[in-house]
Ligand binder design. Structure first.
Ligand code: SAH
Length: 385
């Protein structure tokens, strides 16, 4: 250590973590400099206070919030109800730039858009917009990297850099909503209707910021973006205490549980956090969530050839899920660098589906949007090159 080393080093690409050892879990990383505070981090009362503390008029907070969430205006020049001389200063207080787009890739004839974002400290994350006939879904990141170390997931292999702030999470959705509103996505102008916390990171390991984001996304304009909680999905590896906390919040978001195996022996290796909370405990927490919110839980299951796709595992899963408020989402494994695993054979996938249906369990096979731009499930690595 050199004596001249600054106390708070300037962080940039140096913040990349060491790749985790197999099975190693990372729940937190050393605290770093915080992202700038943004109106999306704050309740409407806090936004007002942020302005009045600095001698500005409190009602400006609602005006600016309406521009941000309602008109999706990112240029203060468009805030015509705010005196021109004050716009830049107020923007500096309430809407500092949190995300810088450094690369955009499209697939599926322009209806899938993956964006690589640089955060204020040089950390990078990705988000994916997916436009369908009847809805447009934003898949957002909640952490730069991930500490859950699932061996088949590119994000997990890179390790955890840091938690994202509420503002950084919300900004990904607002950016997508803006691109849709401006007709920049193939298919003409439209809106973002759905949000899935299925990008980089384990949302329930960054609980506070994620709940803040859910609140901001669902509160009506000008407090938030005004999306329906029912159109938001929070996906988790199965952090039981956090699922219980979420149950108590009483927000009717859809809970998705990344199960991937019905038996502890296999799940211990595919989802290392299973060594802490077993299949039965995770599912119990999921059923309590379903009972409280009346929301069907989505059970995520990546089909991996000859690893978890055997007919007996389908039966075992079917037996566990029959008569539960659950739906199985099968995901054909997407290829990731350095992984020896591949997607199941079509006939094994079909048999898996048939067995679950025989148990009366609703099941769908997820499409693989954005696979050719590494934008599909488990492929987000936010590599700059
Ligand atoms: N950490 C959360 C959020 C990530 S969601 C979670 O695990 O639920 C991404 C979903 O894609 C999860 O169900 C994850 O297990 C799954 N996934 C990861 N890698 C994948 C891959 N290579 N192919 C298919 N699905 C994958």
């Amino acid at each position: 250590m050199s004596a001249e080393a600054p106390e708070t080093p300037l962080v940039d690409v140096e913040i990349a973590p060491k790749p985790p050892r197999p099975g190693e879990l990372t729940f937190s990383v050393p605290r770093r400099a915080k992202p700038p505070r943004h109106l999306a981090d704050l309740t409407s009362a806090e936004r007002k206070a942020a302005l009045t503390e600095l001698g500005h008029q409190g009602f400006r907070a609602a005006q600016i919030s309406k521009h941000y969430f309602g008109h999706l205006a990112d240029d203060p020049a468009a805030w015509t109800d705010v005196p021109a001389a004050k716009r830049e200063e107020l923007a500096g207080i309430l809407t500092p730039k949190l995300l810088t787009s450094i690369r955009e890739q499209t697939a599926d004839a322009g209806t899938t858009v993956k964006t690589l974002w640089r955060l204020f400290d040089g950390a990078t994350v990705e988000s994916v917009l997916m436009r369908y006939r009847d809805r447009t879904t934003m898949c957002v990141s909640s952490q730069a990297g991930c500490g859950m170390n699932c061996p088949f997931c590119a994000t997990g292999q890179a390790g955890l850099t840091r938690n994202m702030s509420t503002g950084e999470i919300v900004e990904q959705v607002v950016a997508g909503a803006r691109a849709m509103a401006r007709g920049q996505v193939a298919g003409g102008p439209g809106r973002v209707s759905n949000v899935v916390f299925m990008g980089m990171g384990e949302p329930l390991a960054n609980y506070k910021a994620v709940i803040g984001a859910v609140r901001r996304l669902t509160e009506p304009v000008p407090d938030g973006l005004g999306l329906s909680a029912r159109h938001i999905t929070v996906s988790t590896v199965g952090l039981v205490p956090a699922i219980e906390k979420l149950t108590a919040e009483g927000i009717p978001v859809t809970l998705a549980v990344s199960l991937h195996a019905p038996d502890d022996e296999l799940r211990d290796t595919l989802v290392p956090v299973n060594t802490r909370w077993k299949v039965a405990e995770v599912l119990d927490a999921a059923w309590r969530y379903a009972a409280t919110t009346k929301r069907r839980v989505s059970i995520e299951y990546a089909l991996i050839k000859d690893i978890n796709d055997q007919a007996w595992r389908a039966d075992r899963l079917g037996r566990m899920l029959r008569n539960k408020l659950a739906h199985v989402n099968l995901i054909p494994l997407n290829p990731t660098p350095g992984s020896k695993w591949t997607a199941s054979r079509p006939q094994d996938e079909a048999e898996f589906v048939r067995r679950l249906e025989d148990w009366g369990v609703p099941v769908t096979v997820r499409d693989t949007r954005g696979r050719d731009i590494d934008g599909a499930c488990g492929q987000l690595a936010a590599a700059v090159k």
